[in-house]
Ligand binder design. Structure first.
Ligand code: MRU
Length: 368
């Protein structure tokens, strides 16, 4: 997508493969900066500190992290060390573990001398595939929006939570792909953007939508129920950090409350999910998905621009105030109307998901 007229991906490798560049999301949308990352340690720090974020993007970043590690040493021990360091950064989005596993599979039987080149090629392939997955999700989501528009014959109001936009992926975004495509096709859409405390990922979504000219309105996290009750939402579209094989959707904290309100008001609730986000090893998301607990300071301190337009932080709660900061929640499959994948829209059930990814395609360990 474009930023100030220039095309960007959220992550890209230097042509000589000495480093990777990312859009640094830590001060977005207030400050747009890119960052050069030249070691696996720096990549792990960037993931942990959420300089880059979003399930698909942290998977791609981990793949590049292993490639960076291979620039220094190509032993089995180096692969294991890089993998552990990257895996320890964030526990919830399964894309991270998926990408690390794919990289290890690719490298394990190669002689040391071939590993660096293979690692960069594989990481690049994962990045390019991510763009294609989002584009395909976009086409399936577009059909859904188009259908709503044909039925309602007025602008379609979509509510979204967190940021599942192009900077949460390599390009397009999972939730924003259908929205961008609908807008480009002349289907009138308007997006209610949840602010998404405490990290305010909604501000990133608003920035992306503004960049593409899509009408949108930023709302507080508590507004969604009211908007749905007053018939101002036609469709809820959210991303996912991990989806279980029966279709439980783990996403940014607060998603579950939106699904409850959507069910109570008969508003369709869809998750936009590329296949690397599906964890076939687990069934019950509430029991089995590890929920990341983040730094309490994220809740106590807000960030933005001061009166002089300078980026700054303001403490809204004393550092002595006890804080809980669970970063994700799980929406049970029965509250999910459908899952928009790169292969089409599936109902949130194991049977339906297996229609797109038949059992024989999964290794024994992956689908128990
Ligand atoms: O903590 P974050 O900002 O990495 O969480 C991101 C989300 O929850 C997104 O909605 C999800 O990763 C989908 S991104 C396509």
């Amino acid at each position: 997508m474009k930023v100030a007229g220039k095309h960007y991906r959220s992550i890209w490798a230097e042509p000589d493969r000495s480093a990777v560049h990312i859009i640094d999301q830590s001060r977005l949308p207030h400050v747009f900066e890119t960052l050069r990352i030249d070691s696996v340690e720096a990549m792990a720090e960037a993931i942990k500190a959420m300089r880059l974020r979003g399930a698909p993007l942290i998977g791609v970043a981990a793949a590049y992290g292993i490639a960076l590690a291979m620039n220094r040493a190509t032993t089995d021990a180096a692969i294991s060390k890089a993998s552990s360091e990257l895996r320890a950064t964030r526990p919830t989005a399964v894309n991270l573990a998926w990408a690390i596993r794919r990289m290890r599979e690719r490298l394990k039987d190669l002689p040391g001398a071939e590993r660096a080149q293979a690692a960069w090629t594989e990481a690049q392939a994962i990045a390019d595939e991510d763009v294609a997955l989002n584009e395909a999700i976009g086409r399936h989501g577009l059909a859904l929006i188009e259908r709503e528009h044909l039925a309602l014959k007025r602008p379609i109001n979509i509510l979204t939570h967190c940021n599942a936009g192009w900077i949460a992926t390599v390009d397009w975004g999972t939730v924003t792909a259908p929205i961008f495509m609908a807008h480009d096709k002349g289907i009138p859409v308007h997006v209610w953007v949840d602010e998404t405390r405490p990290r305010n990922q909604g501000l990133l979504t608003a920035w992306e939508l503004a960049g593409h000219g899509v009408p949108h309105t930023l709302v507080t996290d508590n507004a969604g129920g009211h908007l749905m009750q007053t018939r101002q939402v036609d469709l809820v579209l959210v991303g996912a950090d991990r989806v279980t094989r029966r279709g439980d959707v783990c996403n940014k904290i607060g998603t579950y409350l939106k699904a409850l309100a959507a069910r109570d008001n008969a508003v369709p609730f869809y998750a936009c999910v590329p296949s690397p986000t599906i964890d076939w090893t687990i069934e019950d998301g509430i029991e089995e998905i590890p929920i990341e607990e983040r730094d309490p300071e994220e809740v106590r301190v807000v960030r933005g621009l001061d009166a002089e337009g300078k980026y700054s932080e303001v403490r809204i709660a004393s550092s002595a105030t006890p804080v809980a900061n669970p970063a994700f929640d799980v929406t049970p499959h029965d509250l999910v109307t459908g899952i928009i994948t790169e292969k089409g829209v599936a109902r949130a059930s194991e049977r339906e998901l297996l229609k797109f990814w038949p059992r024989e395609q999964h290794s024994q360990a992956y689908l128990t």
